[in-house]
Design a protein around this ligand. Structure first.
Ligand code: BGC
Length: 801
């Protein structure tokens, strides 16, 4: 890799899935894995194309139980492209040997290139280069350009190019026993003289998807070759060209993609055909595509000056995949933020709480996108209300895993690949997802001050979430406290108490403290609304005047399990569980990230141990500053000792398996203040989540979007210390000076702001404009900053460990 490029030399079948995921190209509307164009899904290669929000459900019987799974659908593959010399073997078939192969992902321009040489069994050698894009300006367009140079032969070159609609969802080994055919073929065939088209429909959600492709060959800049249709489906075309040794042939394949979910269309197939007919050349499209990326990179600029940092290219890779999953083109699509990007089929493309780690990057750069993505949740508010009502509760209960319509999509049984057993899955008890939705609404409001959003959408979600959690909190007379029973925290290892059948644990500290925070902010949200809107909402939601009083009461008497020395128990009874013999397990199994699977294999369960999959209590230190958390716990009558944070960090660090990529992000964060070296170790681990595939093979099934965005956020909000709170931009950097100087841009309340942070100073520069001045605070110093102004704060020396 260099500052903007990732290279993959040679072909390693065992890592091809990983390369494909990392080389995915997308634009927020659709994405296509970096699979080679001549291969189908064959156990090594897995071409996958996914459109944001395009889901389908299929039924199955597992262990005698009827289950239904909703999946992000693998759409027809638009890549197929191969060639042969004379009547020799096709590239991708036996007899065509790939001599050397290099892939290059250009992050700056959003282009994936490939170079290879192919020799067939008659000894004919052809040099090939391919370039492709998934257009960042025109979301319905994809392009592949191939140049073919016969090195040592002359004669007839035939290229074959098409659309493959015979695809299914087979990207995740664990799901292979389950139904995977989501598409019904509606039509496939030739299109005009030099094109093909196909259209399919998902068999349950009835989304129609149409693709049209045009392939043209050129020699010496002029159209060449004779085209004809071929293939069983009819959606393939062949072009035959006379070639001479060392004379290059260029082939351009342009593809349009539409679905019946798109706005401003009549019908997807007509749209795909008509749009294709209007397209300019590959070159012109490529220029526009690159311009769109240049503009995006201006907004998402991160620069590290000083010693060459290996972190920077990875930071860019993370931003690159974030912007390919959600972009301006997502704004008009009804889709959320899928945990594994649009890059693979793990978690079936579902939306979980992971967006909590993604919004901070978007809020400060593309707030319109944040707003649109929050509306994905707002449109599913009726479902969340229905779910709460079905659970006998008031308010809105958001699902742990969400897809098309916002019903709970978590699987009810999951497969432990180590034991081959299907295990009941109760992870949907992670009610805290609703708290994350509320947190995200509030953070968006803090950054933008968008009262109009709050009034129309945010406040309604907030109040309904607050109501749900207020109802979930039961009054326990014996301790004169409110308690929340039978839920799960972020740590997915603890699904219940050992020796009982009752699912869930009680008084998860994270859930209970966040509930207090949400109830308090709900009061602030009501306060922030213009009186007329507040009155309208209260009327429409039948908000009883007594409700805010109850929220206030719960916020003072919520039970949070805090031990006398200041250790916060992950949940009630966590401290009574057995200690796991970590060294012994490490000796036996090496990697303990999926300790849950290991224990289940042994007929045991993590429920018996003080062993957590990921940060849970520590999430509190991640989401709240020490002051905020102190205030929240103070309301509840707890005063934590001064060293409580480092002591809790140490306690849980010794008991955490890091079985989720989110864990490294949170640990980097919470260690940053007191253990700089350790923090950097976790930061490096978070950066490695996908490039180094640290969870052992999971990246091939989709990137870990929250770890990607979260790792950048460690730079932005943790090391650079940017906070947006109380109507001000707060700066409290803990910048590791040996990383050099960091410079990045944010957008805050209508201002474009450049932050430059070194070990000694932080400089804040506001771009030109007309927005009113903002309030800026750095370590107790407060000032106003208007358009075109610069402020510099010295940073007192920080203890470095
Ligand atoms: C984590 C969850 C996360 C999910 C999707 C799981 O391994 O435990 O917290 O939401 O992955 O990223």
């Amino acid at each position: 890799m260099d500052a903007w490029t990732f290279r993959f030399d040679g072909a390693d079948p065992s890592r091809e899935g990983l390369r494909e995921a990392l080389c995915t190209l997308g634009n927020g509307y659709l994405a296509t894995r970096g699979a080679v164009p001549e291969c189908e899904a064959d156990g090594v290669h897995y071409p996958g194309t996914y459109a944001a929000g395009c889901y389908n459900r299929l039924p199955d019987t597992v262990g005698g139980e009827h289950v239904e799974n909703e999946s992000l659908v693998n759409l027809p593959n638009w890549l197929p492209f191969t060639f042969r010399a004379e009547d020799g073997p096709w590239l991708g078939r036996p007899g065509a040997e790939v001599l050397d192969e290099h892939h290059e992902l250009d992050l700056r321009g959003g282009v994936l290139s490939r170079r290879l040489r192919v020799r067939d069994d008659a000894g004919r050698t052809t040099a090939v280069t391919q370039r492709r894009f998934v257009h960042m300006r025109d979301p319905h367009v994809c392009g592949l350009q191939v140049t073919l140079t016969p090195e040592d032969w002359s004669g007839t070159l035939t290229v074959r190019s098409g659309l493959d609609a015979a695809v299914s969802n087979r990207g995740v080994q664990r799901y292979r026993g389950l139904s995977d055919r989501h598409l019904t073929l509606l039509a496939a065939g030739p299109l005009a003289a030099d094109g093909v088209a196909c259209s399919v429909e998902t068999n349950q959600s009835h989304v129609r998807v149409a693709q049209a492709a045009r392939t043209r060959a050129f020699t010496g800049g002029r159209a060449a070759g004779v085209a004809g249709c071929c293939g069983e489906s009819g959606a393939e075309q062949e072009i035959t060209v006379r070639v001479s040794a060392n004379r290059r042939v260029t082939v351009e394949k342009l593809v349009t993609v539409y679905t019946s979910r798109d706005g401003a269309i009549s019908e997807p197939s007509a749209e795909a055909r008509e749009h294709l007919a209007r397209l300019p050349s590959f070159g012109t499209l490529l220029d526009e595509h690159r311009l769109a990326w240049r503009q995006l990179w201006r907004r998402f600029r991160f620069a590290l000056r000083g010693p060459e940092s290996p972190a920077l290219p990875v930071v860019r890779l993370h931003l690159f995949h974030l912007l390919q999953t959600v972009s301006d083109h997502s704004v008009d699509v009804d889709a959320g933020i899928p945990a594994r990007g649009l890059h693979g089929e793990a978690y079936r493309g579902h939306v979980l709480w992971d967006e909590l780690f993604v919004f901070p990057i978007l809020n400060l750069r593309l707030p319109t996108l944040s707003r649109a993505l929050l509306r994905y949740r707002h449109r599913r508010l009726p479902r969340a209300r229905a779910a709460a009502a079905a659970a006998g509760s008031a308010g809105a209960m958001y699902p742990w895993q969400s897809g098309s319509d916002g019903r709970e999509e978590s699987q009810r049984l999951h497969l432990n690949p180590l034991s081959g057993r299907w295990i009941p899955d109760v992870t949907s008890l992670q009610r805290h997802v609703g708290l994350a939705v509320a947190y995200n609404v509030w953070q968006y409001f803090q950054v933008t001050g968008d009262l109009e959003f709050l009034g129309h959408y945010g406040a309604e979600m907030f109040i309904e979430i607050a109501r749900y959690f207020a109802a979930l909190a039961e009054y326990d007379g014996t301790r004169d406290r409110f308690v929340i029973r039978g839920v799960m925290g972020p740590d997915e290892f603890h699904t219940g108490y050992p020796g009982t059948d009752r699912p869930g644990i009680d008084n998860n500290a994270y859930t209970n403290v966040l509930t207090v925070w949400v109830l308090l902010r709900a009061l602030d949200v009501l306060d922030a609304l213009p009186p007329q809107r507040r009155a309208e909402l209260a009327e429409a939601l039948h908000l009883d005047p007594a409700e805010p009083g109850r929220w206030e009461d719960i916020s003072r008497r919520m039970y949070v399990p805090v031990r006398p020395g200041g250790i916060i128990d992950q949940f009630e009874g966590y401290g009574d569980l057995a200690e796991l013999d970590w060294p012994a397990y490490r000796d036996r199994y090496g990697d303990l990230r999926r300790l849950d699977r290991i224990l289940e294999l042994e007929g045991d369960t993590p429920n018996r141990y003080q062993a957590s999959k990921q940060a849970d209590v520590l999430m509190l230190f991640y989401l709240f500053s020490a002051d905020e958390l102190g205030e929240l716990l103070g309301r509840l009558g707890h005063t934590l000792p001064a060293d409580a944070i480092p002591r809790n960090v140490e306690y849980y660090l010794a008991r955490t398996a890091h079985g989720s990529t989110l864990s490294a992000v949170v640990h980097a964060w919470v260690l940053a203040r007191n253990h700089r070296t350790e923090a950097l170790r976790y930061f490096v681990e978070a950066l490695g989540s996908d490039v180094a595939d640290i969870q052992g093979g999971t990246t091939a099934e989709g990137i870990h979007l929250a770890a990607m965005a979260g790792s950048v956020d460690v730079l932005q909000r943790c090391f650079a210390g940017v906070e947006t709170r109380d109507g001000a931009l707060l700066l409290n950097p803990y910048w590791p000076r040996h990383l050099g100087a960091l410079e990045f841009d944010i957008q805050y309340r209508g201002h474009r702001i450049t932050l430059s942070i070194s070990g000694d100073t932080v400089r804040v520069t506001a771009g030109d404009g007309r927005s009113p001045p903002i309030r800026l605070c750095c370590r107790g110093e407060t000032t106003d900053l208007g358009p075109g102004e610069v402020v510099q704060f010295p940073l007192a020396s920080q203890p470095q460990r």
